[in-house]
Design a protein around this ligand. Structure first.
Ligand code: UN1
Length: 505
């Protein structure tokens, strides 16, 4: 595998990096496993408590310098990093496919998402705007400005092992924060490879410790990180269950948190929909990343009129899906991340069968090495608990409806609120869907599927998805503290609200 060498990976790699220096105090290994065959790829040395202390201490001391650098200059570091990622897109995209199991095309897409994010962050570094408000007092100026928080923690999931870090890290860094990354221990090599690229770029730029990494073996160090008062902001991507615990811990220390948790995303296909748009969007949304995106399409509500045709066309499309080694670009779908994910798929199918769900396609785990399952299509009932839950696998529930309002109500009747899509040619339906009475999700699309969002918009969702927003638009504000300044340049001390207070002097 040439890309491993090109990215500087070894058979055993250090798993913590502070100020550009790899820490190697531990001998406990975390294995990186190829989900396409279950074999070991390489190992990473688990971060110890003392490594962790160094990572935090160094990123704190770097912060004291980094915050003084003008923001557009900080953007220059990100510009160089974006270029480094462009040069390494093929190799890093291959590593993402190899270690995480998504197709090579999607792995490359993930690196492109990092590049796009770098470009965006460079521009943002010149646009950290604060407002000027008219003061009610004469010879007073009322303004707000934005300052960095400090050490920003970024906890990422296996399914986007590099892009989601970039959403957070690039914006956090141009805002003047330093970044400490705790990636998923299921994709440690992706994190080590990205850190190596960061180290080269930081070194050439003459800084150290803006981007730091630690990969712990167990939850104890991750918990210490979440509870750490030296880490004022944490961005967490993962399951709703874990996100709830993270949220509670951070609330206790009055820290800031950005949560990007589970989704249960639906597509509605109405009676006016162009099925030539809807079908490929649903297929990509349901089987892309083998159903392991937060934005994966999990539910489809189809108007009764189109139901039979949509099912027939989806089954036809599913028959063409080639499952296998993600690095072979003839394959459209790779494996699930690990055996536990495969078992969760099997359990979900059992539950569906018990409920009387009609399996229209798939439903089986493949009897071959690796963690492959079939893309699965099920006629379901929207109220079933299994349909209300997020199973991180390519299982798509399809349900007919008669009235548009019925479809919207069913779509919103789950605890998650990340992404949603309507396929329609009706302006009324489209506007209704986008109105306050329509989709309750953070992302609502028309004639575009639920997954594959561009970085320019704010990404995130409502309800049990956690409410965070990342990447584009004004998501940068979550990485900075707002300070309101009132400046009196006159010779008297008028009070706000016109209060006439006899101040003894
Ligand atoms: C995720 O699944 O955590 O919109 C992120 C998308 C990707 C990001 C997904 N751009 O599907």
């Amino acid at each position: 595998m040439d890309f491993l060498k090109a990215l500087g990976l070894q058979t055993n790699n250090p798993g913590a990096c502070a100020e550009g220096h790899w820490l190697t105090s531990n001998t406990t290994k975390i294995m990186s496993i190829n989900p396409a065959n279950g074999q070991d790829i390489a190992s990473v040395q688990a971060c110890t408590r003392s490594d962790y202390e160094q990572v935090i201490a160094k990123s704190l001391s770097t912060f004291l310098q980094w915050r003084q650098m003008p923001a557009p200059k900080r953007g220059e570091l990100i510009r160089r990093l974006g270029n480094k990622l462009r040069e390494n897109k093929d190799a890093l995209g291959s590593l993402v496919a190899y270690e995480m199991g998504k197709s090579k095309a999607e792995g490359d897409g993930e690196v492109q998402e990092m590049v796009d994010m770098a470009d965006f962050a460079v521009g943002q570094s010149r646009m950290l705007y604060g407002l000027t408000m008219p003061s009610e007092r004469s010879q007073h100026r009322l303004v707000e400005q934005w300052h960095p928080y400090g050490v920003t923690g970024v906890i990422t999931s296996f399914n986007f092992p590099v892009a989601v870090w970039a959403w957070n890290a690039f914006i956090a860094a141009v805002c003047g924060n330093t970044v400490v990354w705790k990636p998923s221990s299921k994709t440690p090599l992706c994190a080590v490879a990205v850190q190596k690229l960061c180290n080269e770029v930081m070194h050439d730029f003459g800084v150290e410790g803006v981007f730091n990494l630690f990969i712990p073996e167990d939850h104890a160090i991750a918990d210490a990180f979440i509870n750490d008062p030296r880490v004022p902001l944490i961005s967490f991507t993962g399951s709703t269950a874990v996100g709830q615990q993270v949220n509670e811990k951070i609330a206790k220390k009055m820290g800031r948190v950005i949560l990007e948790l589970g989704g249960n995303n639906a597509v509605i296909v109405d009676e006016t929909a162009d099925l030539n748009l809807a079908i490929p969007a649903i297929v990509f949304g349901a089987i892309g990343t083998a159903g392991q995106r937060c934005t994966t399409t999990r539910r489809v509500f189809v108007h009764q009129k189109h139901y039979d045709e949509v099912v027939a066309r989806l089954v036809h499309a599913y028959q063409q899906v080639t499952i296998g080694d993600p690095l072979d670009n003839r394959n459209t779908m790779g494996p699930l991340i690990d055996n536990a994910a495969k078992m969760a798929f099997v359990k979900a199918i059992d539950e569906i069968k018990l409920l009387g769900g009609e399996i229209l396609f798939g439903g089986n785990a493949l009897q071959r090495p690796g963690f492959f399952v079939e893309p699965t299509l099920v006629r379901a009932n929207p109220a079933w608990p299994i349909v209300q839950r997020e199973t991180f696998a390519p299982i798509l529930y399809i349900m007919p409806y008669q009235k548009f309002s019925e479809a919207i109500n069913a779509q919103n009747a789950v605890s998650q609120g990340l992404s949603s899509a309507l396929f329609t040619n009706s302006v009324r339906h489209s506007e209704y869907f986008l109105s306050a009475m329509g989709s309750d999700c953070g992302i609502a699309n028309i004639n575009v599927g639920t997954s594959g969002a561009e970085i320019g918009g704010a990404f995130g969702g409502e309800k049990m998805t956690g409410g965070g927003r990342e990447s584009g638009s004004d998501a940068w504000k979550a990485y900075m503290r707002r300070q309101t300044n009132t400046i009196n340049w006159g010779k008297t001390l008028p009070l706000a609200q016109g209060i006439n207070f006899k101040i003894p002097t």
